[in-house]
Ligand binder design. Structure first.
Ligand code: SF4
Length: 488
């Protein structure tokens, strides 16, 4: 589809709104050729402020609408007016009304919280998000619940607090929906020992900078990938470095995302326990073996139950389990059955993801999208999840979105009282600095008394990480430089 816009600064948002309704379509800018464009947005001055005239040519029919932006000279509001006009036209054409309205960002909770801070009033915040941004009421309830969880987490964070993220970008096999930089260990196994050695070096370096800047470590999160893909000895080695290099006296939470249950052993669990890991994630995604097979995970539902049992036996009393709504081959009953089986295990956290269809995933490359449930079914799955989890004493505590999620939905972390994952809240809402180590890690530096965020990127792939390790350490000096400008 060709897009025309006479205010090029809004083009990115125009494309994003188009994608909400046509996720698999390619969009091209045709700023030179108004007549050839399938979708046009034209801004002009008018008595009431600024008018945006939108027109869509679709299946030989022409759809038009005019929206007046009532807020003069407000760039953000002009952009919202354009998004609203497109939303109205596309809803008319497709019959779809995305529940997040014209919001296209990954952090709706962050927006909710900034609007609330400005207005200081729930009703005004939610009126604006509902009436102006077209966000459905049930999504606003999610925002409010996660905002309250955020407020509690914020009380535990100080201007010099930070979290530590450790990336282990290796997995036993690649899930069909994955676009994450995760190298199948079959292919990259030989890199793991060298990767672990360098990871230890990087952690010592990061700890040195953090100590120099008097930063206080609040939470640790091992993610990936599949951290428990490392051997018990490798986990022990890295965790020992962390203990020796960082001051852990303020630590509130220590999470390891075990991920695949087939990589979890009692020996590894005992290593985690020895190093005071107090939160573990065991991720089934579904409890149906035929679907696990379809999505390329080489484990069974029985292995999930066994890994959970082993974790409890090893003393883990805070366990998260991830599920995905919208997996190929799944349906509403199957999804509810998965949830029912997880609830029977009584974990403390359940994270409900919505499938996101990424261009670089096997799912797209192999053309398996046809077996993915339709958006109405996904909506029902999420509605059932909300009812089932609420009635079992879970509450939503963090939420985020990704591009190309089925039905433009969201991922929500649900937890039992007092079991919110602090790292998830700090990281997703950008409440304090996250220092990251390992391939693919992104360090997010948050100004101690302000909202400014700076990022330092590690190399994505393990082989790049290994080959260009010295350059990476150079980049890390930016952490110290950042804090020097914001003396605590
Ligand atoms: S476990 Fe996660 S990171 Fe690993 S292949 Fe699957 S989706 Fe990707």
């Amino acid at each position: 589809m060709n897009l025309y816009l006479n205010k090029s600064e809004y083009f990115y948002e125009m494309e994003n709104v188009c994608r909400l309704f046509f996720p698999h379509e390619r969009f091209e800018k045709s700023s030179e050729s108004f007549a050839e464009a399938d979708i046009r947005c034209v801004f002009s001055s008018c008595d009431g402020g600024v008018a945006v005239d939108c027109m869509v040519l679709y299946n030989g029919r022409k759809y038009e609408i005019k929206e007046i932006c009532p807020y003069n000279n407000n760039v953000r509001e002009e952009e919202i007016s354009m998004a609203r006009a497109l939303y109205a036209l596309f809803s008319q054409i497709t019959g779809i009304q995305p529940k997040w309205g014209v919001l296209t960002g990954v952090r709706p909770g962050k927006l909710y919280s900034s609007i609330y801070h400005e207005s200081g009033n729930w009703e005004q915040t939610e009126d604006y998000m509902n009436n102006r941004l077209l966000v459905a009421k049930d999504k606003l309830s999610l925002c409010r619940a996660t905002y309250l969880a955020e407020s509690k987490a914020l009380e535990k964070s100080k201007p010099n607090s930070f979290s530590l993220y450790i990336s282990i970008p290796f997995c036993p096999t690649r899930c069909s929906y994955c676009s994450f930089v995760s190298h199948s260990v079959e292919k990259t196994q030989k890199l793991v020992p060298q990767y672990v050695n360098l990871l230890c070096e990087e952690l010592k370096d990061v700890a040195h900078i953090a100590n120099e800047q008097s930063l206080r470590l609040k939470t640790i999160y091992w993610g990936g990938g599949t951290p428990t893909q490392l051997s018990a000895e490798q986990l022990d080695a890295v965790m020992t470095v962390i203990e020796d290099a960082f001051d852990l006296s303020d630590l509130l939470e220590y999470t390891v995302e075990g991920g695949r249950p087939d990589t979890i052993t009692t020996e590894k669990l005992l290593v985690l326990k020895k190093h005071n890991v107090d939160r573990l994630s065991i991720n089934p995604q579904t409890m149906h073996n035929e679907i696990l097979n379809i999505i390329g995970r080489r484990h069974t539902a029985e292995q999930v139950i066994e890994a959970f049992r082993m974790a409890r036996e090893a003393g883990f009393d805070n366990i998260n389990m991830d599920v995905i709504a919208g997996l190929p081959g799944d349906d509403v009953d199957g999804f509810c059955d998965t949830l029912q089986q997880l609830l029977a295990l009584q974990p403390e956290n359940i994270t409900v993801h919505t499938l996101s269809i990424k261009r670089s995933s096997f799912l797209t490359e192999r053309g398996e999208i046809a077996s993915v449930p339709d958006v109405e079914s996904v909506e029902q799955m999420l509605a059932h999840a909300s009812d089932m989890l609420s009635s079992h004493g879970f509450a939503p505590y963090y939420l985020y979105r990704q591009s190309k999620m089925l039905g433009n939905q969201e991922n929500v972390g649900w937890s039992k009282h007092g079991k919110d994952c602090l790292y998830n809240i700090y990281m997703m809402n950008e409440l304090h600095t996250v220092l990251s180590a390992g391939a693919g890690g992104v360090t997010r530096l948050k100004a101690p008394h302000g909202g400014q965020i700076e990022r330092i990127f590690n190399y994505k792939y393990p082989y790049e990480y290994i080959e260009r390790f010295d350059t990476l350490l150079e980049r890390k000096k930016g952490i110290g430089e950042f804090y020097e400008t914001y003396k605590i």
